[in-house]
Ligand binder design. Structure first.
Ligand code: FES
Length: 104
């Protein structure tokens, strides 16, 4: 069963892809969608519509287990202060396997 790990508090959250009811936060199955389901403190000022950068996370492991970023996500990630090659928008990155993130 895939795991979403939040490195800030070392909490580990197992889930079955597609089995968690969609909560209306970002793309279904996204980091943000899972974070809201598990009660993790990930901001999302625009409501998960890829029009802010408050859901920015650093992916420290499992980047290959996320959906490929689309151009609109890349445009916003490019504006993130402190962004790196490991930066993704939580509302856009769909989780398909084990992923470890840190909320900056
Ligand atoms: S919540 Fe605004 S871009 Fe993700």
């Amino acid at each position: 069963m895939p795991k979403l790990t939040l490195l800030n508090d070392k909490s580990v959250h197992e889930f079955t892809p597609g089995a968690i009811p969609y909560g209306g936060h970002g793309k279904p199955g996204s980091i943000l969608d899972l974070a809201m389901h598990f009660g993790l403190p990930l901001d999302h000022v625009c409501g998960g519509n890829c029009s802010c950068t408050t859901c920015h996370v650093h992916v420290e492991a499992g980047m290959e287990n996320l959906s490929e970023p689309e151009q609109d996500e890349l445009d916003f990630v490019g504006m993130v202060e402190g962004g790196t090659d490991a930066s993704r928008l939580g509302c856009q990155a769909i989780v398909r396997g084990d992923v470890s993130i840190r909320i900056p």
